[in-house]
Structures are given as C-alpha cells and as structure tokens.
Design a protein around this ligand. Structure first.
Ligand code: ZN
Length: 493
C-alpha cells in the first residue's frame, strides 16, 4: 500500500511539470515494466549486480534475454502503458496536490524505513547500521527495498553501480604491489604452457564427470578413467561473471575487494614470471576502463575478443595460431559456454549425442557436452600434439553456476548458482598439481576465489602458510548481487 501511495503521488508530481512530463511518464512505464517482468519471471527485484550485468552485457546477450521473456514483458508493457497513461490523463494538476503528494511520499518512505528497522532482528539491525559506514545506497536499499519493490530498488541499484565504477576508475592508476605472502621463486619445474579455460554458467551437477546420469562429458570421463585429471567439488565466490572473475583472477575476495585495485592480478604475475600471456575470449570486450574482466584482460600481451559471435570450438584455432612450445606461454580462454539462450551454444553433434525426449534441461546439457568437446580439442590438437614432450597444464572452471532455464545472479540462495566444475589436467609435469590444489580445500570443497593462489604456485610463486590460512577462510564466503557477503554454510541444503 505504501508503495502504491508513492507511485501515485509521484505520478501526480510528474503531471505538474507538463512540458517535459511525458518523458518522465515513459520512464516510469519502462521502469515499472522491467520490475514487473523480473518479479513475475524470476520472483526477484533488481539488484546492483543485475543492474551491472545489464549495463556491461553484450548487446546480443541482452537482446536474447528480452526475446526469451517477450511473451511476458510485451503484454506487461502494454498494460502498464495503458494504466499509467489513463491515470496521468485523469490527473488534474492543482497547486495543493504538489504539497500533499510530497508529504505523502516522504511520510510513506519514513514509515517504511522506521517499521523496516523495528521489525528486523538484532543481527540484521547491526548489519544495516554497519552498512551505513560503507555505502548509503546499500543501507537504504536494505531498509526500503523490501517495502518499496517498485522504483526504489532500481534507483539504489543504479546509484550503487555508479559509485562502484567511479571508485574503480579512480583506482586504475594506483601502483600495484605483490599480494601479501606471495613471492617469486625460480623453479625449473613449472609448466611450459598453461591453459586457463574459463567456462560460463556451467553447473557442476550436470557433468557426467560429477555423476550426472546423462553422458554430457565423455572426454572428461575418459581422462578420469585413465587417471589423467584431477577434479574437485568447487563453488564460485559470486553468481555473476564480473564479480566471480574479479575474485578468481585477482587477489580480491568476497570479504575484501581492495586487492583488486591494490595488488597485481594473475595475468600480471604470469608476465613477471616470464610467460607470454594471451587472452582469447568469446565474450565481449568492454574496455579496461569500464569493467573488471576488461581490466584483467588488458594485462595480457595479446588479447582477442569475439563478442559471443564464434563457436567456442573455433577459439582453439586461435590459440593454435599463437601457440609456440619453444617459449613459456599462458593462454586465458574465456568461453561463452552455457550462457542463456542455450540454443546457440551447441551444434548437431551435441544433439545427436544427447537426444533428449522431452527432457527439460536437454538444451543446457548439450551446451555442457559442447564445452567437453572444446576441452577435448584443446587437449588433442595442442597439448598432445604428435610427439609433444612439452610440459603443459590445463585448468578448467566455470565463472559461476546456473539455475537451468532461469539464469544466474538472483538474490535467492539457490546453490546451483555457485556449484561449478574445477579441474586440472597436467601433461608431462613434474610439479604436484593436486598437492597445490589440496592446500586450499576446506571440508573437501574448493572456492574458486582461491584460483589466483593455485595458479601462482603452479607458475613458480611461493605462498606463505599465513596466506594459505587466510585463503581458506576466504573460501567460506560468497559475495552476492546485493553487494553483501554471506557464508556458504548458511545456504540451506
Ligand atoms: Zn558468467
């Protein structure tokens, strides 16, 4: 009711600024349609993470999502337009209404804010008070967002996003130091070539490698049977690409994101260790000044972006064109993997392998099968090149998981958003690939926020016991789309 009072009073205020009011009416219609679509299709509100994804996503991907839900968003747009337009037309601007509307808006917000606080339990109260010191929008969103789902969330999300990105830009020029407890050792046992394959929206529980009942990963299964790979129960530190990768590829963690700006990221560490670095991406290039992933990629000696336009299999050809076993190289290969919509993430060969028959997740499963073929192509065509005696190491993990047929980046605590595959395939290696990874497991689980340490150790850095202890503690947490940090153990099974 309070939210309705705010929206009606706002419309009333808009009607008083006749000349430009139509602009605000259209804006109101668009905002309400977006929020209603999100509420109906995903039972979610707009969050800062969702807003960031919309702002930074590739146009193809954004249009894909709109297309997917057009059967809901278009009728909603029509209904909202008619209702708001009729209400707007029916309003008779009177001076007195300006005062009344303003008082109603302020009173409603105050009541919402006050009751919101009173109804919170002790720990929630402490949390919103501490938010006040970090970020005003976050504090107000916690207290007002639930009571005023329409309009306020979009407002707070956009303010929080612009605050974060202006801090990001301000930090760009900062000198980057070595992370605490990480030192370069000279070792001859490091792999000659590393391949860091980053999947997209790939859910661990749909890999036959992890026990899924469809054969989605025949290649990985065969490596497992021959004891040629190590695979782990892993979780991602966040549920959207930008947050998850900024933590996996830099020393930022769910608890502390300042190392992203203060310390060297893993591409810079690879350069320092004498590797030629390459960033081969099937995702979009958002400039180094505009996104976390773009900034990390900008440290690579060579970067190529295909903006979701290539088949992931074609990326291996690009890798091959740069591959030179005579020098030390590291390739970061960023797939489009299993991102919505799934239909263009697989081909006929995947359909033939996984026929389906009314299985609701078959399209998603085929995209996993496709990624398995990408890894197979990398292994067979580059790593295993005939007679190759070069030492190599492939790491593969997904940026985050997926709630199949729905997506990711939702505020609900669905574990599927975080359950990811993590595996390592060593070839001709002297270092104990698994011994390194084992150090970072907590209760048998790896949080990919610690991939930076694992990678650093593999390329010859020494990580202190103290840093490992800290990393294991970091692994207990995830950073969510509301800009807050939570414990994985609090997610109900
Ligand atoms: Zn992603």
């Amino acid at each position: 009711m309070l939210n309705a009072i705010v929206v009606i009073s706002l419309l009333n205020l808009i009607s008083h600024i006749r000349k430009v009011s139509i602009v605000f009416v259209i804006l109101l219609i668009i905002l309400l349609t977006i929020e209603a679509t999100l509420a109906i299709t995903f039972s979610t509100q707009i969050t800062m993470g969702l807003f960031a994804s919309i702002m930074e996503t590739n146009r193809n991907e954004a249009l894909g999502a709109i297309r997917m839900y057009s059967f809901i968003s278009i009728p909603l747009l029509v209904i909202t337009s008619v209702v708001i337009w009729l209400a707007y037309k029916g309003l008779k601007p009177k001076k007195a209404y300006v005062l009344i509307s303003t008082i109603l808006i302020l009173a409603s917000l105050s009541i919402g804010y006050g009751t919101g606080y009173v109804l919170m339990d002790k720990s929630q109260k402490a949390k919103v008070i501490s938010d006040l010191k970090i970020s005003y929008p976050m504090h107000f969103q916690s207290l007002l967002g639930i009571r005023f789902p329409l309009l306020t969330n979009m407002g707070f999300a956009s303010i929080a996003y612009y605050q974060e990105m202006s801090k990001f830009r301000a930090d760009l020029g900062k000198p980057k130091s070595m992370p605490m407890g990480v030192d370069l050792l000279v070792s001859s046992k490091t792999p000659n070539t590393l391949f860091v394959v980053i999947g997209e929206s790939s859910l661990q529980t749909h890999y036959s490698l992890y026990g899924y009942d469809l054969f989605t990963t025949p290649f990985l299964d065969s490596l497992k049977n021959d004891n040629l790979l190590y695979y782990y129960n892993a979780v991602s530190p966040a549920s959207i690409t930008r947050d998850a990768l900024s933590m996996s590829l830099s020393f930022a963690t769910p608890l502390d994101r300042t190392p992203f700006a203060d310390n060297k990221n893993i591409v810079a560490l690879a350069n320092d260790a004498g590797y030629e670095s390459y960033w081969i991406s099937n995702q979009n290039k958002i400039g180094m000044h505009d996104s976390y992933v773009g900034l990390i990629a900008s440290y690579a000696k060579t970067s190529v972006f295909y903006n979701f336009l290539k088949d992931d299999l074609e990326l291996i050809g690009t890798v091959k064109s740069f591959y030179n076993p005579k020098v030390k190289q590291v390739f970061f290969i960023h797939l489009k993997g299993s991102h919505l919509e799934y239909t263009d993430k697989y081909d006929n060969e995947d359909s033939a392998a996984l026929a389906g028959n009314g299985n609701e997740t078959i399209e998603y499963d085929r995209s996993i099968h496709h990624t398995d073929r990408v890894l197979k192509s990398l292994y067979n065509n580059i790593v295993m090149e005939e007679g190759s005696s070069v030492s190599s190491l492939i790491y593969y993990f997904s940026d985050h998981g997926e709630i199949i047929n729905k997506g990711h980046g939702f505020l609900d605590n669905n574990m599927d958003q975080f359950l990811v595959p993590f595996l390592a395939i060593p070839y001709n290696l002297e270092i104990g690939t698994d011994e390194i990874i084992d150090k970072y497991l907590v209760d048998g689980r790896l949080n990919t926020t610690n991939f930076n340490y694992i990678f650093s150790e593999a390329i010859g850095y020494h990580v202190s016991e103290k840093a490992i202890k800290k990393a294991k503690n970091d692994g207990l947490y995830y950073y969510h789309v509301d800009g807050k940090t939570y414990l994985f153990n609090d997610i109900k099974k």
